[in-house]
Design a protein around this ligand. Sequence first.
Ligand code: ADP
Ligand code: GLC
Length: 485
Amino acid sequence: MKPLSILFATSEMAPWVKTGGLGDVAAALPAALRRAGHDIRVLLPYYPALKTAFPQATVVAEFHALAPALPAARLLAAETDGLPLLLLDCPELYERPGNPYLGPDGLDWPDNASRFGLLSRVAARLGQADSPLAWAVDVVHANDWQTALAPAFLHYEGGAASVVTVHNIAFQGCFAKPVHAALGLPEDAWRFDRVEYHDQLSFLKAGLQLASLISTVSPTYAREIQDEHFGYGLAALLRHRAADLRGILNGVDTDLWNPASDPALAEHYAANRLAAKRSNKTALQREMGLAESADRPLFAVISRLTLQKGLDLLLTVGDGIPQLPAQLVVLGSGDKVMEAGFQALAERFPGQIAVKLGFDEQLAHRIEAGADCFLMPSRFEPCGLNQMYSLRYGTPPVVRATGGLADTVVDLDEHTLADKTANGFVLPDETPHALWQTMERVCSAWHDKRLWLRLQQNGMRCDFSWKHAANEYIQLYRDAIATQH
Ligand code: ADP
Ligand code: GLC
């Protein structure tokens, strides 16, 4: 079959700009699609980190003001490992350090509607007949609200097929009504069954209404978001489009996250060489100022600190951890109250609980390798990558049965142990008590060395490579294209 021309539009891409899993996906999925023989190019803003990484990028197009609120911009081309990048340069919108969405005050940049309106507008233009590039795009793939207006422009003005992927429905990009005209959307799009949402313009709703097809990042989350409890106000819309909605489980970059070759580790190991994981634990304990005890499990968290991740449950039971006995290491940032809560916990239990606030990619690798068990009691989790990294690193995860966690983690019991599917622990419900009981269960399993080894090996043998997901995306793109004929 003919290879596809795909424009992958994103607001993050690892390793340059990453606030969470979208950054990882935007790096790994296009690379996998390229390996499968497709002409995929990634569109993202030319943030300062990308300017530093690709100073030689060449200008390939210029855009004059594309709508009343949108300043002129340029498009530059570069390449990373053979993967073409299209970098959207507009210094007045993107030349800002740090987090791509938030200013130094921790609040959304007040002009995010223009910043991501421009990104969406350009994504659509590249899929249209008047694209300035000599490149005929078959499908524009938008990711999350930041690029979700692209399908709306394509719907109203014509152009390539479009797909929008929901990585997290809790973030929707809602703005005051005047933004609608300022971004150049047609007047008749202001309808409850188009882009209007409670008298605001919703980027994500626009994409979900108007994209040729919709996907999200796990089969369970695809079902959950059709339910009011998880749908953040968009459940009815998604039920209406249920036939056009697919759940495709993310993969992980198996080269980047490989304990047999990860350059961040103290010692490499594999499923049949797990003894070598131990020196990573000692190295991590030393690095984090924890007592170098070998007689208790070390629990770990690497996370955005938000209500989504359920880590308030952990704060509630945190004081009991040293008596389990167990240790805890936390790497995270986000909600200031939670940050202070974890810091206070570490101060109460020096040597047993260690907390590092901030974002540290290399430390994240060392934690996955050095910890015994990974805690991820999320209230909802569209896919989740950390539980898959943990499984690969022989660090069984503790999760709630939601979203991608339900699709990747199998609770330890006698049946799952017998059929070799057990690879972690699932909380019975969303309470501190349930987390506590499960942590006790982890401790007793960890002391049974043979049982623990089997659990680790089952997890390490799971295949989370991008190959399967890449094939499903290709089918999704072909089906999206077919809707146009
Ligand atoms: P989400 O996208 O909801 O934050 P995921 O599990 O999909 O959750 O992806 C989170 C990604 O961000 C993982 O690669 C994880 O290692 C990384 N990450 C999160 N917080 C930190 C941090 N403080 N330091 C380093 N990496 C982090
Ligand atoms: C979002 C979700 C996370 C998912 C990631 C990548 O940030 O919260 O569960 O893994 O996107 O799709």
